[in-house]
Write a protein that binds this ligand. Sequence first.
Ligand code: BES
Ligand code: MN
Ligand code: ZN
Length: 489
Amino acid sequence: MAHPVPIQFRDPDLEALASLPGRIVILAGEGGALGPGAKRVNKLMRGAVERYVASDAFAKMKQGDAQDLAWPAGLAADAVQVVRLDKRADVTTARKAGGSIGAKLGKAGTTVLADGLLRAADLSFGLVLRAYEFTAHKTGEHTPPGPVTFMVAGPEAVAAAASPLAALAEGVFFTRDLVNEPANILTTDDFAARLAAMQELGLEVEILEEADLTKLGMGALLGVGQGSESPSKVVVMQWNGGPKDQPPFALVGKGVVFDTGGISIKPAGGMEEMTMDMGGAGVVSGVMRTLALRGAKANVVGLVGIVENMPDGKAIRPGDVLTSMKGDTIEVINTDAEGRLVLADVMWYAQERFKPSGMINLATLTGAIIVALGHENTGVFSNNDALCNAFLKAAAAEGEGAWRMPMGEAYDAKLKSRIADMMNVGGRDGGAITAAQFLARFVKPEVPWCHLDIAGTALLKSDTALAPKGATGWGVMALNRLIKDMYEG
Ligand code: BES
Ligand code: MN
Ligand code: ZN
């Protein structure tokens, strides 16, 4: 498993700067303002930093951007990285600046002269998130980055502020590892085993096997998995850190470890990307890990439906009718619209068993949400304005893009079937919305609910400020904050 790079926080030591190995990071604020550490570096470099911050190049930099001054005269370091960041920068900007540092960590170590930066803990958090690497399948030597040291005023207070963020980073990394993992490694068995291992953290983890799911009547979920050699499962993770009588909040994730489309098979080009189709389950798992690691004072239950969608002699066909746990029958028009079949049963089970105070499901559900929103925002669908707005607020505070989409009866009508209670697809137009309408049929009216379609945000083809290309872990931070906002004052 990938773990966050450890960071040491210590008092500034200006005398040590000339002989530090590796990389030195300095911050330059509005008008090129330098703190005491940066000033000392400038002096050792005979004014090179001052010349840089007076240049047009610096003037064009945005807050959080960085520039390397390589092989600096007067220092033993390999490079001085100048990060444009104001002393009073907000959380998002400080994290972005940290990302600029984390993208370029050196093997010989990195010393960050944070001087009097107010958001030093967020700077370190951004650094950690961006420094993530998925190296599980790279052979040959892989040298991790050298030690990272923050020289900062009041290092104890900064370290204390960084500690809950470390739990958050562990959750994000857990999600990214799961989403990046190929499907021959992350089989349904392997996924469930990784979740069962979280019992060590104090989570209560149960694995429901196919026999249990049959007994529960989960015909929709089982239908999706019946063409695979890997057994379908539902994993239930409970974190009970809140008052005994408080009903839990439920998080439900789509965990399709590989989506070929089934008999309605997908085109070959790009199909490899469908190793990420367990992204919803990955986020739920990462949030549960964070809640446990930071000892959240809330009751939260995470449920994931883990299946593989394969074409086979035993696979479901277009035209088949499945009976869901709720009892509603579903005509399968397209076996590639499988995620909603999985979620329908897990969401129904979550409500029947736990009577949750609210429920949020996450899924890489539709290509249509990518057409609508691109890769910048997750599509948010909801039956409850208060929950939806609370989520959007939490996502904005964490810098995770989220945009509410419409729902309504006219969309629901598209799901009408000639021979069953509903079809599993509603046509091409508004495909992300009709998918949400399908899910809504499995939500009890009294349960506040949001559906997050993360097909466009779970995995990216290019680097971002806080993640290298690949799995992003989108949603772990927003959901962790939402739980905190709702239950932890
Ligand atoms: N897993 C896919 C959706 C997806 C597409 C996720 C691209 C990530 C990137 C989902 O199971 C699917 O195949 N959806 C179909 C639904 C259609 C058949 C109604 C789609 O979006 O094409
Ligand atoms: Mn599909
Ligand atoms: Zn899918």
